[in-house]
Design a protein around this ligand. Structure first.
Ligand SMILES: C[S@@+](CC[C@H](N)C(=O)[O-])C[C@H]1O[C@@H](n2cnc3c(N)ncnc32)[C@H](O)[C@@H]1O
Length: 227
């Protein structure tokens, strides 16, 4: 017998009670703001106007909404994420903080269509098989800017490794990819964007270990050019 539920079965994001508890705390404002979310919000501020739409792609439980509110960045926020349980956490908690539950949706980045003014994608593409398909969708749906934070270095490296931080008894692998900065920025430019690479405030120039594997975080600020 074959069933079609393999995506959830193999999705590490659906198999960590620790992550779910952390994301719930972030939604309830019981956890410090992530440094990278603070930096993303500051980078975004320079390019947005009141009332514009913002897509948070791979939003987890949508707690980046708090980073906008804390800085009075008045955007129409929509968060999408492929993990139903993480989206559910945000839908339960964030309405009390001013975000309607329907502003968080279960959706894969690859399936995005339509348009928004701005998009952010923070800590997502480095842990999936590759960036081309999801990033193409993001660059096509955004009218003005895409701000992303991913692991990038001069040389690319691709790994598929066991995640030892999941729930007991769960044996799953996850991609830990570092993308070649030159190739990635060229790809983004080919969709009509100018790209600025910005040093990551948290990791600086060094790698940061996430699930015991090095990530070389950089922000890419991608602005649609007029040409
Ligand atoms: C490391 S978490 C980052 C969450 C949040 N952006 C943050 O910065 O805390 C990666 C998130 O990407 C989501 N994700 C992974 N692949 C995805 C895809 N193809 N489409 C949408 N979301 C995806 C996961 O479900 C997870 O919530």
């Amino acid at each position: 017998m074959i069933t079609g539920d393999g995506y959830g079965r193999y999705n590490i994001w659906e198999h960590s009670a620790t992550v779910k508890a952390l994301y719930a705390r972030r939604c309830r404002l019981e956890s410090e703001e992530m440094t990278c979310h603070a930096q993303a919000a500051e980078l975004l501020m320079a390019h947005v106007r009141e009332g514009e739409t913002l897509l948070d792609a791979g939003c987890g439980s949508g707690y980046f909404f708090h980073s906008l509110r804390a800085r009075a960045i008045d955007l129409d926020y929509l968060g999408v994420d492929a993990a139903p349980s993480l989206v559910g956490i945000g839908q339960e908690v964030l309405p009390a903080h001013g975000l309607r539950a329907d502003r968080l949706r279960v959706m894969r980045i690859e399936d995005l269509n339509g348009s928004v003014d701005h998009a952010v994608c923070i800590n997502v593409l480095s842990n999936i098989d590759n960036y081309h398909r999801p990033l193409e969708r993001l660059l096509n749906v955004a009218r003005k800017s895409v701000i992303m934070r991913e692991s990038c270095a001069e040389e690319a490296s691709y790994a598929y490794v066991k995640d030892r931080f999941l729930d007991p008894g769960v044996d799953l692998k996850v991609h830990v990819n570092t993308y070649a900065l030159g190739e990635l920025t060229e790809f983004i430019r080919s969709y009509g964007y100018d790209v600025e690479v910005v040093r990551d405030r948290r990791a600086g120039d060094g790698p940061e270990l996430v699930i015991d594997y090095p990530h070389y975080w950089k922000f890419l600020v991608c602005l649609k050019n007029r040409g």
